[in-house]
Design a protein around this ligand. Structure first.
Ligand SMILES: *[C@@H]1O[C@H](CO)[C@@H](O)[C@H](O)[C@H]1NC(C)=O
Ligand SMILES: *[C@@H]1O[C@H](CO)[C@@H](O)[C@H](O)[C@H]1NC(C)=O
Ligand SMILES: *[C@@H]1O[C@H](CO)[C@@H](O)[C@H](O)[C@H]1NC(C)=O
Ligand SMILES: *[C@@H]1O[C@H](CO)[C@@H](O)[C@H](O)[C@H]1NC(C)=O
Ligand SMILES: *[C@@H]1O[C@H](CO)[C@@H](O)[C@H](O)[C@H]1NC(C)=O
Ligand SMILES: CC(=O)N[C@H]1CO[C@H](CO)[C@@H](O)[C@@H]1O
Length: 490
């Protein structure tokens, strides 16, 4: 019984080994091998069950130790069906494995055909490029190179996945290598260096695009239409644009200038320049210009005469000139078309006589300001102990409509202006830098800190005004007329 089992196992193992080696080595014909194996097994079972030999006599012998020994040949009918079945299962599995292998090989050959077609295509294109030496471009080469690289990669994969050597794949690999060399040769034969130039152009184009992108990022402040207050306040100011020296000359260091704001006709241009007498306290004459060009060319539209205005806090609003009347606490409204003072009225409680002027600027006790909502006046009172007081004026009557008390000491700021109902104040950082550092919102009564640096050309900002039409700041900088663009927080 033991012997039979051993023999049977050996037979099965042999069959497996044979099948495996056959499958591994002769991929082209393992079907026949397996079929042969299976029929053999079947034949064996059937032929031996047809001629049953049930009993057989055996001879035994006694060995030296007195044990009885005999050899027994079991008849073939006892061949275990179970084992045969196992063998058949193994054979079927092998067959399936082989079929899978075969379909993979079929897949490979399909792909190989495709690669061959592609290589043919590329070869044709390379030939065409060789013939018409002008028609090819850098792009052609790069496309070709990419395609060839793809092919090379695929073929390498194929080579490693197919067991043993394969003539077709080797051939493809060789062709690809040949193609690579050919394309490189073609490219290096480019006599006019056109490709090198093209590369430079591409690099330049990239740089340009990057430049443009970074430019778009930094220099595209959000746009807000003139006169609108839908933004969240001042964001930054530009570098100063030096318009020119004031019309009276270099020695007229003190004064003010700006642009008229007429809400009903915002595009209308009137610029005005009012230098103080060299004493720095009062002015008698100021000029208006009908356009910016006129201002640049000193083409005076009108020269006006007042008796007299004090300090550099005047403003032109809706064709009326508003100013602090010399040696008084009065404010006046002057019609620039009729050259008449139409209203003159005391500003209640205003501290005057250089009591609380701005830092570094004399006699600017009363500073007019114009913003999107109208006419304001920035000053101090004894009650406010020198802190800035803001009043909204009725421009027709010069009556105070409303007043706000800030907690910012006026003589410690260098100047101030109004923008969308918010007061902004500056302080001096150096002879070339000013900082907008303080704000007071009249709509909420809240004050706060900001930090916007304003470059300047000379030491002192004698006047500072905002114009809602062009959204610019106008600065009289020791005789020079400066202008800044304002950007807003979206
Ligand atoms: C070969 O090129 C032709 C035309 O250029 C194209 O229609 C065809 O699809 C290409 N064949 C392969 C395999 O890329
Ligand atoms: C590769 O190029 C060599 C020499 O240029 C040539 O002899 C060979 O036939 C080419 N092989 C194939 C597959 O195109
Ligand atoms: C830059 O902005 C301009 C117009 O504002 C636009 O036409 C252009 O496409 C932008 N460029 C990039 C790279 O975003
Ligand atoms: C403000 O504007 C100035 C001048 O154009 C610029 O140098 C600065 O970087 C800007 N600051 C901010 C925070 O955008
Ligand atoms: C300004 O005063 C004039 C004249 O008294 C009046 O008609 C007008 O309504 C006032 N404006 C405001 C905003 O109070
Ligand atoms: C079945 C068979 O052949 N049995 C024989 C075995 O051998 C003995 C003695 O030689 C015979 O008597 C049996 O008939």
């Amino acid at each position: 019984m033991k012997h039979t089992q051993v023999a049977l196992l050996l037979l099965v193992q042999g069959a497996i080994a044979q099948a495996t080696t056959m499958a591994a080595t002769e991929v082209t014909s393992p079907v026949s091998t397996l079929q042969y194996l299976t029929t053999q097994l079947n034949e064996k079972t059937t032929s031996q069950s047809t001629s049953p030999k049930l009993f057989a006599n055996v001879t035994g012998s006694l060995d030296d130790h007195g044990s009885c020994q005999c050899s027994v040949y079991l008849p073939d009918t006892t061949f275990p069906v179970q084992k045969a079945e196992e063998l058949q299962v193994i054979a079927t599995t092998l067959l399936q494995k082989f079929e899978a292998e075969l379909s993979q090989v079929k897949e490979y050959s399909k792909r190989i055909e495709l690669y061959q077609q592609q290589i043919l295509n590329i070869t044709l294109r390379v030939e065409h490029m060789e013939q018409s030496s002008i028609s090819y471009t850098e792009l052609d080469f790069q496309l070709l190179k990419v395609e060839i690289n793809d092919l090379e990669r695929l073929v390498t994969q194929l080579k490693s996945s197919v067991v043993g050597s394969n003539v077709i794949i080797d051939q493809i690999y060789l062709e690809i290598t040949n193609l690579t060399i050919l394309v490189n040769q073609l490219e290096s034969m480019d006599k006019n260096n056109i490709l090198a130039i093209r590369r430079q152009i591409v690099s330049l184009q990239n740089q340009l695009r990057e430049c443009e992108e970074s430019k778009n990022k930094t220099t595209a402040p959000p746009y807000f239409p003139p006169g609108s207050c839908i933004h969240r306040g001042l964001l930054n100011v530009s570098q100063p644009y030096v318009v020119k020296l004031n019309w009276r000359g270099f020695s007229y260091k003190y004064g003010s200038w700006g642009r008229d704001y007429s809400p009903s006709n915002p595009e209308k241009e009137i610029y005005w320049v009012a230098p103080l007498e060299t004493s720095g306290r009062y002015f008698e004459y100021f000029r208006t210009y009908g356009s910016f060009d006129d201002l640049l060319l000193f083409k005076t539209q009108y020269e006006r005469r007042l008796r007299y205005g004090e300090g550099s806090g005047a403003a032109l609003y809706n064709n009326f000139f508003y100013y602090h009347v010399y040696t008084s606490s009065d404010i006046a409204k002057y019609d620039i078309n009729t050259n008449n003072v139409v209203v003159r009225k005391a500003l209640p409680s205003a501290a005057v006589n250089n009591r609380f002027s701005y830092a570094g600027v004399s006699y600017q006790d009363i500073d007019f300001a114009v913003d999107e909502s109208g006419l304001w006046v920035i000053y101090s009172t004894e009650n406010s102990m020198g802190n800035i007081v803001i009043s909204k004026l009725n421009e027709t009557t010069l009556d105070v409509l409303n007043t706000w008390q800030t907690r910012q000491y006026k003589p410690s700021v260098s100047n101030a202006f109004m923008l969308c109902g918010i007061l902004y104040a500056t302080r001096t950082l150096s002879t070339r830098k000013e900082e907008i550092f303080y704000m007071y919102d009249t709509s909420t009564g809240e004050e706060g800190r900001v930090s916007v640096i304003m470059d300047k050309k000379l030491d002192t900002i004698q006047s500072l005004a905002y114009n809602p039409t062009d959204q610019r700041l106008y600065v009289y900088n020791d005789g020079y007329l400066l202008r800044y663009d304002v950007t807003f927080q979206p």
